[in-house]
Design a protein around this ligand. Sequence first.
Ligand code: ADP
Ligand code: MG
Ligand code: MG
Length: 199
Amino acid sequence: MLDADFFRRWMTATAASVEREADRLTALDSPIGDADHGSNLRRGFAAVTATLEKEAPDTPGGVLTLAGRQLISTVGGASGPLYGTLLRRTGKALGDASEVSEADFAAAFRTGIEAVTTLGGAAPGDKTMVDALLPAVDALGDGFAAARTAAEEGAVATTPLQARKGRASYLGERSIGHQDPGATSSALLVAALAEANGD
Ligand code: ADP
Ligand code: MG
Ligand code: MG
């Protein structure tokens, strides 16, 4: 079973890897965006860990809804509302249980991803974070490590795609040949899940 502490570790591990990889995320966002993805997420997840320490929610749903709200209020770019919605809606779907199963989490995470597609309108193959998140949730039944591999492969597979959503879509065919920054950060988010689980 996964408790509030597991979800706190997930957010802390995400903040640490975003911090480590911020320059790479920003570099990926420079040919096909506005070179702020690393700094956006670094600011957002630093705020998330600070808030979680201060307020210390005691349920999985409480941790994720608070994290999501914090991302929405601290990240100005497209990724803030999208990641904020992902975590907030995943948290809402977990309700107020003090512990949840991996299957409960997988179902809730799928609800969160669906909320991202509703908000942003991205379909699979549009070269967005969805291209890492959907394969990850599809693989979650095989465990967190399988989800991590699926997300990493999904992020790499965005390279030959033409962007159809977000800033990168303004470039049309010139967006081809670059890995999507948001899919790359989503792979970090999913890898942090495996890390929180000790995989
Ligand atoms: P901004 O583009 O506002 O500067 P960021 O650089 O922080 O925001 O985030 C860019 C990432 O957000 C993209 O690489 C993409 O993965 C994701 N993204 C942008 N628009 C959408 C959308 N409509 N649906 C899903 N993901 C999106
Ligand atoms: Mg950007
Ligand atoms: Mg921006």
